[in-house]
Design a binder for this molecule. Structure first.
Ligand code: HPA
Length: 246
């Protein structure tokens, strides 16, 4: 049976329903991960959980040690990662509360440690990243969203920005021109690092606000938190369905 790890994003710093058997403090050659890797039972099977921003939420997107996080999960025995990400909606279908299982991404981040193949030049490896997300994992997420009856899109391009500020309206127009449907700050380099370590990886994105310039209103943290609060129960139900069926 595939060993799954869940990386929880904003609003999911703890996985309710996870019966924790062990909490591992994993040392990695890249430093400390965002927190302990929790091993336990969720939806009737063994899974791992890691809070991307720490618990409680303390690390902004550009301070997350993505290499340590992905390495720690691999080290703990993970074979596949389900990544949970809160995002802004760019495409008109992507209103608050909508789910998206992206099929591709564009990386706009800068100056993040983004590869395990950085130092030892004899080992530089150019991974194929044409299709950054695992199709079988995407299909599992899509089947669970359909079964739960949530509004969702089974494709979409995730634009990953540097943060921590939100984008300007003009930046969102640019992302839209580039083909992005949703925008977030934490999808990269995580997805690429997972590929470098041969881990299957897919993203379940929850839209928590219209992207900059898309609603005419100021994007408020209160609105984002409300959308997270409203959506996180659905995220957990989808995860439970994916894992119990996998
Ligand atoms: N932009 C970038 N990241 C985000 C957003 C956004 O509008 N909403 C949630 N994460």
């Amino acid at each position: 049976m595939t060993v799954y790890a869940i990386i929880g994003g904003s609003g999911l710093t703890q996985l309710e329903g996870l019966t924790i058997r062990q909490s591992l403090s994993v040392n990695t050659p890249y430093g400390a991960p965002s927190g302990e890797v929790q091993l336990g039972e969720f939806a009737g099977r063994e899974v791992m959980f890691l809070a991307r921003h720490g618990h409680p939420h303390r690390l902004p997107p550009h301070k997350i040690n993505y290499r340590a996080n992905v390495w720690a999960l691999k080290q703990a025995g993970a074979e596949a990662i389900l990544s949970i990400n809160a995002v802004g909606g760019i495409h008109p279908d992507m209103g608050s509360g909508h789910f998206c299982v992206p099929h591709d991404l564009v990386d706009y981040t800068s100056s993040r440690e983004h590869t395990f193949f950085a130092d030892d030049l004899e080992q530089v490896t150019h991974i194929d990243f044409s299709h950054p997300y695992s199709e079988p994992l995407r299909e599992r997420l899509i089947a669970a969203l359909a079964a739960d009856g949530h509004p969702f899109s089974d494709f979409g391009v995730y634009g990953c920005t540097q943060g921590p500020r939100l984008e300007t309206a003009a930046e969102i127009v640019r992302l839209e021109r580039d083909g992005c449907d949703i925008v977030g700050m934490t999808g990269m380099p995580e997805a690429a690092l997972a590929r470098e370590l041969a881990l299957d990886y897919a993203c379940l994105a929850l839209v928590v606000n219209p992207a900059a310039g898309k609603s005419g209103a100021v994007i408020s943290m209160a609105d984002i938190e409300q959308a997270l609060h409203d959506g996180i129960g659905k995220v957990k139900a989808v995860l439970a369905r994916v894992l119990s069926a996998a």
